[in-house]
Design a binder for this molecule. Structure first.
Ligand code: ATP
Ligand code: MG
Length: 603
C-alpha cells in the first residue's frame, strides 16, 4: 500500500473552488478558535478534562454522569435534554431530570438482573427514546453499551452479538420476532432479552422480559459506582465499507473528546438545539447523537424516521434547529430535489451545518450556501478515532472539497511507508500519502475486539495509520484522496476516486458517482465511473459521451474516466457510504466479500 506520490490529479477539487471566507468577529463562536494557530498552541488536554465534572468525590469519570447527572443536578435540570419526534407525529420530551430518573431505573434493572461492570448490553431498535435510556443506563451501571443498527438482518445481528459477547439485548417485540428469536440457540451467553412493547402495553413473549415492567419495578435513584476513565464503555462496529466490520473498543475517557469536539468543531452552546441525523448504530450517532450534545447541555433532537427531504426540512423549521450534523449521502439526495424544495421555509434559526462520513463534494458544500445560506462544514474522523479529528471549523474559512484542519489537540500528518515498514512524515505540501494521527487523544480506540493483530497493524511508531490517503496544503488544510484500498493507479499516476466523482457531480445530470480502477494491460488500471442520474435525465449514448467529454475537460485525459456506466443507484452501506469495493468486485467478477452492512443496491 505504498501509495505515496505526487498526485497527478487534485485539479478538480483543490483550489478549483473559491474559499468561503469567514469573519470570526461576526460569528457567535467559541472565541478561542478565531485564531487557529493560537488555539492549537494553547490547547491542553488537562484543561479539556477540567471542563467536565468527574464523578463526585473524585471517583473517576463516567460518560453518563457527564451527559445526564451533572446537568440534572444543576440549573438545566428542568430543561429539555432530549426531544424525540416519532413516526406519525408522536413526540416526547425528556428533561435532564427525567433522563436521570429513567437511566437510573435502567441501571438498577441491570443490577437487579445480576449484571455488573463490563457486561455487554446491546440494543437493537430504531431511534426510540428507550434506546437512549438503555445506552446511558448501561454506562451508569458500568456495563458496556453496543447499539446495533435496527435494519440489520438476522445474520449480521447474530455475528455481532456473538463477537461482542452480548449478555443483554434491548429490542422491540417486532424486531425480536423477525430477527432474533430464531437465533437464540446460537447465543448461549445472551441471558436476557428485554422487549420494549409497542404502544406501551406489556408483552408476554416466552424467554423475554418486559421493559415497562422492569422499569416500573426499578428505583429512580442510583449512584454511579467509581469508574476508571480506562474502563470499557462502548463497543462500535465499523461500517464495513472496505471489508469485514471491526468491533472497536472505546472507554469512558472518550467523553472528554466528545465534549470538546462538540464545542470546537460543532460550535455547541447551551442554548443550541442540535440534530444529528446519524443512527446510534454507527459511531456518529452515539458520539454526537447522544453524548456530545448532552454533555454540552444542549437540547438533542432525535428523529425516528428515515430520510425524507420534506419531512427533514419540516423538522429543521419546526424544531428551530440551530446546529445540524448530517452526511454527504443525505445532502446529495437533497441536492437531487433542488433548492426549490426549501422555498417558503423559515430556517432562520439554523447557524451551523456540518457533515461527516464520506468525502463531501465541493458542489455539496456550495449547495449549502445556495439552499441554506451557509456552507456545510466537512469534517473527518472514523469509528476508531471516536471523535472528530479534522474539520472546517466554524470560525475558519471553508475550502470546499477539503476536510479542514486538525482540531486543537490533534496532530495529523501525511506519511510514507518505507520498505522496512517504518513511516516518515511527508513535509512537502500537496503530496498524496497516508493520513496519520499522533496517537494520544482521549477517544482513541483501545482495541479491535478479539483482533489484536489487526489492531497492531494500525500503528507505526507514534503514528496511528488511518487507511485513508490525503494531501496537506500550505495552510494545513487536508484534502481527501481516497481510501488506500480504492486508489487507482493508472499510467504510473495515482488517482483518487473522490476528485473524479466530484468532477462528474458538477454536471447537472449527475446525482452521484462511484469510481473504481479496472485492470488494463497497458495502463495498469483505467478509471471507470458508475453514475446515477437526477430525476428528469435518462441514460443515453449521447449523455455518456457528454459526461466523458466533461470529465476530460475538467480532469485531463489521464485522470478522466475511460468508461461510464449508468446505474439507478449505487451500492451503499447502511451508514450511507458508497461501497466501491462492491462495484469493483462485480465489474471484475470477483467474490463480493462481507455484505453485512450493505443497504441499497439498485442496479
Ligand atoms: P470499514 O473500516 O469497516 O471499512 P468505514 O471505514 O467506512 O468501514 P467508519 O469508521 O464508519 O467505517 O468510517 C470512517 C471512514 O469514512 C474514514 O476512514 C473515511 O474513509 C471515511 N470518511 C469519513 N468522513 C470523511 C470525510 N469527511 N471525508 C472523506 N472521508 C471520510
Ligand atoms: Mg475504516
Amino acid at each position: 500500500m505504498a501509495a505515496t506520490g505526487t498526485a497527478r490529479g487534485g485539479r478538480a477539487v483543490v483550489g478549483a473552488y473559491p474559499r468561503i471566507v469567514k469573519d470570526p468577529a461576526a460569528l457567535p463562536v467559541a472565541p478561542n478558535l478565531a485564531d487557529y494557530e493560537a488555539a492549537r498552541r494553547a490547547f491542553d488536554w488537562r484543561e479539556a478534562r477540567a471542563l467536565l465534572d468527574g464523578l463526585p468525590g473524585g471517583q473517576g469519570l463516567n460518560i453518563a454522569h457527564e451527559a445526564v447527572d451533572r446537568h440534572a443536578a444543576g440549573p438545566r435540570a428542568g430543561r429539555p435534554a432530549l426531544r424525540w419526534i416519532g413516526r406519525g407525529g408522536a413526540a416526547r420530551v425528556f428533561t435532564w431530570r427525567d433522563l436521570r430518573a429513567e437511566t437510573n431505573r435502567f441501571a438498577n434493572a441491570l443490577r437487579g438482573l445480576g449484571l455488573g461492570p463490563g457486561a455487554r448490553v446491546f440494543t437493537l431498535a430504531g431511534r426510540i427514546p428507550e434506546l437512549y435510556v438503555a445506552v446511558l443506563g448501561a454506562l451508569k451501571a458500568k456495563c458496556v453499551a453496543s447499539p446495533l443498527f435496527s435494519a440489520f438482518g438476522p445474520e449480521p445481528i447474530a455475528t455481532r452479538l456473538e463477537l461482542g459477547e452480548a449478555e443483554v439485548l434491548v429490542t422491540t417485540e417486532a424486531l425480536y420476532r423477525r430477527k432474533v428469536e430464531g437465533l437464540r440457540a446460537r447465543l448461549p451467553r445472551l441471558a436476557h432479552v428485554v422487549l420494549v412493547g409497542e404502544g406501551g402495553g406489556g408483552t408476554a413473549v416466552p424467554g423475554t422480559l418486559d421493559w415497562g415492567r422492569l422499569m416500573a419495578e426499578a428505583s429512580p435513584d442510583f449512584a454511579i459506582p467509581p469508574t476508571d476513565p480506562e474502563d470499557m464503555a462502548l463497543l462500535h462496529f465499523t461500517s464495513g465499507t472496505t471489508g469485514r466490520p471491526k468491533g472497536v473498543v472505546h472507554v469512558h475517557e472518550a467523553v472528554v473528546m466528545h465534549h470538546v469536539t462538540g464545542r470546537n468543531a460543532l460550535d455547541l452552546h447551551p442554548e443550541d438545539v442540535f440534530w444529528c441525523t446519524a443512527d446510534p448504530g454507527w459511531v456518529t450517532g452515539t458520539s454526537y447523537g447522544i453524548v456530545a450534545p448532552l454533555t454540552n447541555g444542549v437540547t438533542n433532537v432525535v428523529v425516528e424516521a428515515e430520510f425524507d427531504a420534506q419531512a427533514w426540512y419540516e423538522v429543521l423549521e419546526r424544531e428551530r434547529i440551530t446546529v445540524w450534523y448530517t452526511a454527504p449521502t443525505a445532502i446529495r439526495m437533497m441536492m437531487k430535489l433542488g433548492a426549490e424544495a426549501l422555498r417558503g421555509r423559515d430556517l432562520s434559526a439554523l447557524r451551523v451545518l456540518a457533515s461527516v462520513g464520506e468525502p463531501l463534494n465541493p458542489e455539496a458544500v456550495l449547495w449549502g450556501v445556495e439552499a441554506f445560506g451557509k456552507p456545510f462544514h466537512d469534517n473527518w474522523w472514523q469509528t476508531e478515532t471516536g471523535g472528530i479529528m479534522i474539520a472546517n471549523l466554524v470560525a475558519m474559512d471553508v475550502k470546499p472539497g477539503s476536510m479542514g484542519r486538525p482540531l486543537p489537540g490533534i496532530e495529523a500528518a501525511i506519511v510514507e511507508r518505507g520498505a522496512d515498514g517504518a513511516v516518515s512524515v511527508v513535509e512537502a505540501p500537496m503530496v498524496s500519502g497516508e493520513l496519520a494521527l499522533k496517537a494520544g487523544w482521549p477517544s482513541m480506540m483501545r482495541g479491535y475486539l478479539h483482533e489484536e493483530a489487526r489492531y497492531r497493524k494500525c500503528f507505526a511508531g507514534e503514528w496511528y495509520l488511518t487507511g485513508d490517503l490525503a494531501m496537506r496544503d500550505e495552510e494545513g488544510y487536508f484534502w481527501f484522496v481516497g481510501r488506500a484500498d480504492d486508489v487507482i493507479k493508472s499510467m504510473g499516476h495515482l488517482i483518487g476516486p473522490f476528485e473524479v466523482e466530484s468532477a462528474l457531480m458538477e454536471h447537472p445530470a449527475v446525482a452521484e458517482a462511484g469510481v473504481i480502477g479496472k485492470p488494463d494491460p497497458v495502463a495498469g488500471e483505467i478509471v471507470k465511473a458508475f453514475v446515477a442520474l437526477k430525476p428528469g435525465h435518462e441514460p443515453s449514448e449521447a449523455l455518456r459521451r457528454e459526461l466523458l467529454g466533461h470529465a476530460r475537460r475538467r480532469l485531463g485525459a489521464v485522470v478522466a474516466p475511460k468508461e461510464i456506466d449508468f446505474r439507478a443507484g449505487l451500492p451503499r452501506t447502511r451508514s450511507g457510504k458508497i461501497m466501491r469495493r462492491l462495484l469493483r468486485a462485480r465489474e471484475l467478477g470477483l467474490p463480493e466479500g462481507d455484505l453485512s452492512t450493505l443497504e441499497s443496491d439498485e442496479r
